[in-house]
Write a protein that binds this ligand. Structure first.
Ligand code: IVH
Length: 672
């Protein structure tokens, strides 16, 4: 068959692009395209090659399993190749896979081992006589890189197998990955050090593992999970995949607790949808699930196609990184006047959710990424975080774009925008003159953990401010029934309801009230701390900045902001008006009457507490009237023993002093 010139050119271009991407992905650990786009290009090339087999060249990227080994590490030839998995993107593709397998095996139904598809990099660990001798990357599937010193820094990988019934040679294969929390932390450190951040946890894992200096790997929070075996000599393993994994666990190798054994392909699909629901709450990233024929004999009869086993398939989840375009950049003004640039995107499905906006954080972030209106960008949405722009594709940038600069006047009220030296945030200086800030302040005031005014949502707040019905939070209690009933989508009934909610909100606690005032740097826990410390609002209002910094957990910035707030006559007037309107709390509530009052009791803290620093625990106890001492004596009423408690705990036991653990302590102070 003669291949049209156009097709030949298309294939050559696809090959070039994919090869170029491979270099960035595998060699530089710095991919330029999202996986979804890479997969799409690969599929396009595969489809062309399928239609015109003469197009296939030996060096076509479709003909290889993985990446070229990195030359700086010694080469390892895998005793058994590390193959890849075929992918399925739909239920239909999964059903077809099962159908093919059943037909080949002449069976009605197949038992599958179902597992998470961890998003990291594949590693082969070779144990000889129970000792870890080699750790290697997959490389091109046949030859990988010897990263033994790096692998040895990963704490969950045993250097020696447990027990004595392991095979003389055992190759264990699995995934090295970086849990999300560790990834975020590693990137924070990179930002602080002025280094380039990792695009996603997988690149972070690959980059960390392939550090030439293993000490750098050691500093990264990497984990390992086993999911397969390679060469096995001198020993027998069970003949079901799930049982092999169980056996690996007895030898000290980590396996996934999410794996299951199911019967039939429908149960596989059920697993897929169940895990998909949990995806965002998992502590690490996965890009799908994997189904494996569980019976090893059946695996053997199915065998392999050129690049992947016929007995397993990866069922991929919707991509968490995709390409889209920036249609516009808007600026939002927050409660404290902070200007947040937001990218308006051409709608795109990311991880199963349609995304139209992504935060750009601040000017520094925009400069760092050089994001411009019109750019094609990689958008990423992982976990429950707001979508983010990973990077711009400079080669797709249209002509005549301009670097984006935040406006120097507030887009809502026209006031000057100021950026304090050393701060990342730019702020509108309009204060409560700015309608955006007033709206946010009111919404915050009404929110659940503040005054909890049921029914006062965003739409109502907008109307109140836009119609100039209220100027500040104190005005909310002055509105009449007619005024409420006159608002859009409000009637008599709703007006009564909102007025009842307002009435109810007047009875509050000092902590809620302080939080509701929206003092900068005073979040819920600081508000609670202040309430517990001062008990009365008057005392807090009289406190100087120096008094405030003395309180554990109140830093100089918060102290300054609190003191400044109560110096402002405008704020005092609002507080006074709120109290006049009937907002009240009982001082006893601050030290809840239900809580045991600890007056006259002496406590000693020892060991490490997980839930709070020791000074906070001390402050809590003192707020309840207790004395906190540093040494245990017969006079001690109670010792609170955290983790790794030492001599004080022993002494308490010797003296017969009451000892409680952290959970009991939390219950005691009613910590939520
Ligand atoms: S089995 C011969 N199981 O996915 C089959 N792979 O796309 C070997 N992966 O190279 C792979 N989780 O890096 C298998 N539970 C799992 C997996 C898994 C993640 C990765 C692995 C592999 C790639 C294939």
């Amino acid at each position: 068959m003669k291949i049209p010139l156009k097709i030949q050119k298309q294939a050559a271009e696809l090959r070039d692009t994919i090869n170029e991407q491979n270099y960035y992905y595998y060699i530089l650990n710095d991919p330029q395209l999202p996986d979804s786009e890479y997969d799409r290009l690969m599929r396009e090339l595969q489809a062309l090659e399928k239609k015109y087999p003469a197009l296939i060249t030996p060096d076509s990227p479709t003909q290889r399993v993985g990446a070229t080994p990195l030359s700086s590490f010694p080469e390892v030839v895998h005793a058994i190749p590390m193959l890849s998995l075929a992918n399925a993107f739909s239920d239909k593709e999964v059903q077809d896979f099962d159908k093919r397998a059943r037909e080949r095996l002449a069976r009605n139904s197949i038992e599958y081992a179902v597992e998470l598809k961890l998003d990291g990099l594949a590693i082969s660990l070779r144990y000889e006589n129970g000792l870890l001798v080699t750790g290697a990357t997959r490389g091109d599937g046949y030859r990988g890189e010897d990263v033994t010193p790096n692998v040895k820094t990963i704490k969950t990988i045993p250097l020696r197998l447990r027990g004595d019934d392991y095979p003389r040679v055992l190759e264990v294969r699995g995934e090295v990955f970086m849990p999300t929390a560790g990834f975020n932390q590693a990137n924070q450190q990179k930002i602080a050090a002025g280094e380039k951040v990792w695009a996603n946890p997988r690149n972070a894992a690959a980059g960390s593992l392939r550090q030439l200096d293993a000490r750098r790997t050691a500093n990264r929070p990497l984990r390992f999970i086993s999911y397969a075996i390679g060469e096995v000599v001198g020993g027998k393993l069970p003949n079901r995949h799930s049982e092999i994994l169980q056996r690996l666990q007895t030898w000290g190798l980590p396996i996934s607790k999410y794996s299951k054994v199911v019967k039939g392909i429908q149960a596989c699909l059920d697993y897929y949808y169940k895990i998909l629901e949990q995806r965002d709450s998992l502590p690490f990233e996965i890009d799908g699930v994997v189904y494996k024929v569980n019976d090893i004999n059946l695996q053997e009869s199915l065998g392999f196609s050129s690049r992947a086993p016929r007995w397993a398939i990866a069922h991929k989840f919707p991509a968490q990184e995709v390409l889209t375009q920036i249609v516009d950049i808007d600026v939002q003004v927050g409660r404290t006047g902070a200007l947040t640039p937001v990218a308006r995107l051409a709608p795109v499905n990311v991880g199963g959710v349609t995304v139209t906006n992504a935060t750009l954080h601040n000017q520094d972030e925009i400069n760092r990424k050089d994001v411009r209106v019109g750019d094609t960008v990689i958008v990423r949405r992982a976990g429950d975080v707001i979508p983010e722009i990973v990077r711009v594709l400079p080669e797709k940038r249209p002509k005549n774009t301009h670097p984006y600069v935040l406006p120097n006047k507030c887009p809502v009220c026209g006031s000057e925008v100021v950026r304090i030296k050393g701060e990342a945030v730019a702020r509108c200086s309009g204060g409560l003159f700015c309608a955006a800030q007033r709206k946010q302040a009111l919404q915050h005031f009404a929110s659940r953990n503040a005054m909890d005014i049921n029914g006062l949502g965003e739409k109502l707040v907008e109307q109140l401010i836009d119609k100039n019905l209220i100027n500040n939070i104190a005005d909310i209690y002055t509105l009449t029934h007619e005024q409420w009933a006159g608002l859009e989508r409000m009637g008599n009934k709703s007006a009564v309801r909102i007025m009842q909610a307002l009435e109810k909100s007047k009875s509050t606690t000092l902590a809620h009230f302080l939080y509701a005032l929206g003092i900068r740097e005073v979040g819920e826990s600081t508000a609670r701390l202040l309430a517990q410390h001062f008990i009365s609002l008057e005392k807090l209002m009289q406190a100087s900045e120096t008094d405030l910094v003395k309180i554990p957990d109140i830093g100089p910035v918060a102290a300054q902001s609190i003191a400044a707030f109560f110096k402002e006559s405008h704020n005092l007037e609002i507080i006074q008006r709120l109290q006049a309107a009937g907002v009240h709390w009982s001082e006893n509530e601050t030290t809840p009457s239900k809580a045991p009052t600890l007056a006259g009791k002496t406590f000693v803290l020892t060991g490490t507490l997980i839930s709070m620093p020791r000074r906070t625990a001390k402050a809590r106890l003192e707020a309840l009237g207790a004395k906190v001492s540093s040494s245990v004596s017969k006079k001690t009423d109670c010792v609170i023993a955290g983790e790794k408690a030492g001599s004080k705990l022993t002494k308490a036991r010797d003296l017969g002093v009451k000892v409680i653990d952290e959970a009991e302590f939390l219950a005691l102070i009613q910590f939520t």
